[in-house]
Design a protein around this ligand. Sequence first.
Ligand code: FAD
Ligand code: SF4
Length: 672
Amino acid sequence: MAFETLLSPLKVGNTTLKNRVMMGSMHTGLEEQPDGSSRLAAFYAERARGGVGLIVTGGFAPNAEGRVFEEGAELVSEEQLDFHRPLVKAVHDNGGKIALQILHTGRYGMLENCVAPSPITAPINFYRPKELTHDEILATIDDYVRCAKLAKKAGYDGVEIMGSEGYLINQFIAKCTNKRSDDWGGSFENRIRFALRIVERVREESGEDFLIIFRLSCLDLVEDGSSFEEVVELGQRVEKAGASLINTGIGWHEARIPTIGMMVPRAAFAWVTGKLRPHLNIPIVTSNRINDPNVAENLLRDGIADMVSMARPLLADENFVNKTAEGRTEEINTCIACNQACLDHLFQMKTATCLVNPRAGRETELNYKTAAKPKTIAVVGAGPAGMTAAYISAMRGHRVTLFDQRSVLGGQINYAVKIPGKQEFNEVLRYNRVMLAKYGVELKLGQAVDHETLISGNYDSVVLATGVRPRALELEGGDHAKVLSYLDVLDEECLVGQKVAVIGAGGIGIDVAHYLTAQTPFSGDVPEYLQGYGILDSEKALALRKPKKREVTVFQRSTDKIGKRLGKTTGWAHIQTLKSHGVQLLTGATYLKIDDAGLHVKVALKKGEEAQEIVMDVDNVIVAAGQEPRLDLEDSLREAGMEVHVIGGAKASLGLDAKTAIKDGAELAANL
Ligand code: FAD
Ligand code: SF4
């Protein structure tokens, strides 16, 4: 496919963007780091060089009450411009354009003194916001204007005013969060006044040439959110107030509908942008789960939007646009929407990076330079750790042979792709396959490697990326015919019965339960009648789903809430899905034995009840209770005097995931 539309220029106000790819706003955590300015400059410079038409920064608060948390980024004074100027320069020097996002969190701020139109605590916050007075509202508008003027002074090409995702402006607009009876609440006219005043004033004070993007919440996905008619009217009024570009926002942060997770189909929400576009005269940007240039091009060709916003896909591949333009789309390192290293990191107060691209956000420290002295390297194990180590080593100039006992590349990723909603992992397999071929890695698949092969190969270095094996169940009856490991199930080597107990509620246990009860995944096609108020809230959502196929109970030894160890931004959705499939989730279990009668276990069947010994009459007990490193070769190779490096699951199985495996592979390969 040619990408004429995606790569064609777009006139926005008095500015011409070189193409229709916007790098959507992403907070990286570097905004708050002492060396954040230089690191962000390097990060944005690579994306600008990579061809992006317009970059939007992570959010900066216009005042102290609007910060995300106590140390959160803000732009409130001239002194702070020293942080911003290098970023702007880096982007401009590399032929790009950049806008600063102004974000006031309102009741989402993790701050004791957070504020909101009405004092209603957000379900995702524990701080009760203080109700803004009339004068404070006027002062807050002034703060937005000050922030925009400072942005202009720093050299930014424009600002994005964050009016969606349930932040302050959205809180004024929606009835559910605005219970005021003064000029700023009550009627729709009053509720949108705050948004309109901000846009008008920013336009007045920043001049005609400054870009003003307004992020408009097109679907709130909460009870008593805006109706579509209100969204249209607000869009038109924001346009009149002086916005140059409307960007689509989907779902408040507190919404219980997945909007960006891997389980959401690509471009699932673009339809709402398409519905709004005919009502506007200024260009509109679509967003959410667009990670592929073909999808982006089709959306534009179909008249859904004028521009496409991709945030995480540009973390995953800084050269997304150039590769598209050069017809190298197969070489794009595709964002798989896992959130594991970007959003989940931010919730853990770590800086954002990317599961498939560990260099993201670390451009100043992790670089793949040409090797001073080419070596001959054997990599054993073609899971994510081994594939990454192999292609990056080869890219640096080493001669690399990659072995795997299986006849396919990918290791455990081949199991992940079987889980409903995790098919995006196929992109990891594709990308690595293409990279291994591009850099001439010799593949030796379908043969288990032994000590002799590695010794006789005269390799300068051996990388052991042999992964993990499932941990056996130490229990009476642990070898009963009913007992299967998660690999048995996912390999489809055996039939699984109707009634199943899963031992272990980590990521793999949850995935196996999902696999066994798979139903129609969430389609993203939000029924018309649910638009604008509490879409898919529990009962309504469940009624839309098909009945379950199997009876599955998941047990966990610890008394922690199930899902606690899953990713913050997606774990809840996985658990919600299992519940909707009728899966029973039980914690605090003591496993006693397994026999013909089933699984004997001591557990409380309901919250607050005493644990009791029961026999779960199940056809199968599936064990997903941890893994252990597979490291059969290390000692003998070291004894033979070989240089050995161990990465991925082979190094550490606790907390192992593809993120750690790929990071290990990349960091090792950068230094070999
Ligand atoms: P592996 O992927 O296990 O690869 C090791 C390879 O070494 C294997 O291919 C094996 O055949 C080969 N090998 C071993 N010994 C030899 C030998 N002697 N000779 C030749 N070859 C050998 N992670 C996430 O981050 N996110 C997810 O959503 C996710 N979902 C998952 C879902 C499922 C169902 C499963 C099973 C895993 C999931 N994972 C997920 C985990 C992730 O896939 C693993 O953590 C990751 O694959 C580990 O990478 P690795 O390269 O260390 O090992
Ligand atoms: Fe995409 Fe996952 Fe990377 Fe985030 S961590 S950018 S979701 S691939």
